[in-house]
Design a protein around this ligand. Structure first.
Ligand code: TRP
Length: 448
């Protein structure tokens, strides 16, 4: 079975070397595994929660898209899209909002931190807090549950959000799943051995500390940034301690083991810091030089990037559109056409509340059941590769066309175009089977 990996990148900044080593590089590597089915997306709706500068949002979306592509993300294999190109996500977000406990969201760290800060400053607890910030974890749950992701690689600060997605998904399954898992429950993945890079000052490299090394700046910008990496004041010729040097940590994140050993020996042997910085520049240039060329080529053709992302969105929606259809069914937003109506106030016996329930099987295929008024299963469909095909068969069964019912395997099958599309359970005897066929006919009889 393939593992579906999904992660989002909030589009508020320009990627730096820390993002590259800590998130982008491992994600691209993971997407190449034979059993991986990766969904990577630009979380631009999330960006709106944090940023109200349209130009910055737009610039960041473009830069992040170009960065991932320049670094070799294969969009034939992975699904790469913008959150805001998938209208099913905000729609699902609403369905989830209706089951997410307010108390659960009250406990979200990011929201709580804002409240605490307000209180500390003697402000109203909710000063400056938007509903976007409060509901941030629900939107994130929609991102994840929409595609039934198994694994969600995130930074530590996001673990709680993935757990909330699990909670919310579980509650939805419980309320509307009829015993089936509508949603796969996701797991956060923290890559333990991935480098957290130190920034210029030795603290974690982060935009908020203003200590970053640009990923695709010019060779000169790279050199200038590396020149600002803080070192101790040991003179050339004096032995240096690699293990207390951020310069060494940075070097290590991009060097092969033998290069690391050589660099360590050279520092211990008294290599000058200036020389060591030059070695780091050379290493980074070798790692990123070609990708930088590709990045600038991509950035200069935004229309091509647009096409790539729209193709990614179309691919993602192939899954999202039918799945959202099932979820709408599950919560009761159903077509009136499929309703066994009773306009004259007359009760149609079994048809009154017989109903179809669509679900996804463990192998990802689409199926449905028909339950009678008492909730007993009348039919279980075969597996369909996509939701649309399942939906078509479902529709035809409800269309009132004559049913081809054949007794088989101790129960009966329903046939369409010479194929058995759904089967009943086995019955203890033939009269039970006949009674069930009768209930089925009533359930599927055209409404008068
Ligand atoms: N909130 C995440 C962050 O700031 C970004 C994100 C949005 C995300 N939706 C997601 C990550 C879904 C993983 C899965 O890093």
């Amino acid at each position: 079975m393939t593992t579906r990996i999904l992660t989002g990148i909030t589009t508020t900044g320009t990627p730096h070397l820390g993002n590259y080593a800590g998130a982008i590089r491992p994600a691209i590597v993971a997407s190449r595994a034979a059993d991986a089915d990766s969904f990577y997306f630009l979380a631009d709706y999330h960006a709106l929660i944090k940023c109200d500068e349209p130009a910055r949002i737009q610039r960041s979306r473009l830069e992040i898209a170009a960065t991932w592509l320049a670094l070799g993300l294969d969009t034939d294999k992975a699904t790469f899209y913008r959150q805001s190109d998938i209208p099913e996500i905000p729609e699902l977000c609403w369905l989830l909002t209706c089951v997410a406990g307010k108390g659960l969201l009250n406990r979200a760290h990011a929201y709580k931190a804002s409240v605490d800060k307000n209180i500390e400053q003697g402000e109203d607890p909710d000063a400056g807090i938007t509903m976007g910030l409060f509901s941030y974890p629900v939107l994130m749950a929609a991102d994840i549950l929409m595609f039934n992701a198994h694994k969600v690689p995130v930074g530590r600060d996001q673990i709680q959000h993935v757990e909330m997605a699990r909670d919310i998904g579980q509650r939805f399954n419980h309320l509307f799943g009829n015993g089936n898992e509508l949603f796969t429950l996701p797991e956060a993945v923290i890559e333990e051995d991935v480098a957290t890079l130190p920034g210029l000052d030795g603290r974690k490299m982060s935009k908020s500390y203003d200590n970053t090394i640009p990923l695709f700046g010019s060779a000169k910008q790279l050199k200038d940034a590396v020149a600002r990496v803080v070192t101790d004041s040991k003179l050339p010729g004096e032995p240096k301690d690699p293990d207390s040097s951020h310069l060494f940590t940075l070097y290590q994140a991009f060097a092969a083991p033998t290069q690391q050993a050589d660099f360590r020996a050279a520092l211990e042997g008294g290599m000058a810091w200036g020389e060591a910085k030059q070695a780091l520049c050379n290493l980074l240039e070798a790692e990123l030089g070609e990708a930088r060329e590709r990045y600038h080529a991509l950035i200069s053709k935004p229309a091509d990037l647009e096409d790539i992302l729209l193709a990614g969105a179309a691919k993602a929606r192939k899954t999202a559109t039918p799945f959202l259809g099932e979820l709408r069914e599950a919560v009761g937003l159903r077509s009136f056409r499929s309703q066994a109506v009773n306009t004259a106030g007359e009760k149609k016996k079994a048809g009154k509340s017989a109903r179809f329930v669509s679900f996804r099987d463990d192998d990802g295929s689409f199926r449905f059941r028909l339950l009678d008024a008492a909730g007993e299963q009348l039919l279980l469909s075969k597996s369909f590769a996509d939701g649309k095909a399942a939906g078509m068969v479902n529709k035809r069964l409800q269309s009132g066309e004559a049913l081809d019912i054949r007794e088989q395997d101790g129960g009966f099958g329903v046939w369409l175009d010479d194929e058995c599309v759904a089967q009943s359970p086995a019955f203890p005897d033939s009269s039970a089977c006949q009674a069930a066929i009768q209930r089925l006919r009533e359930a599927l009889a055209p409404a008068e």
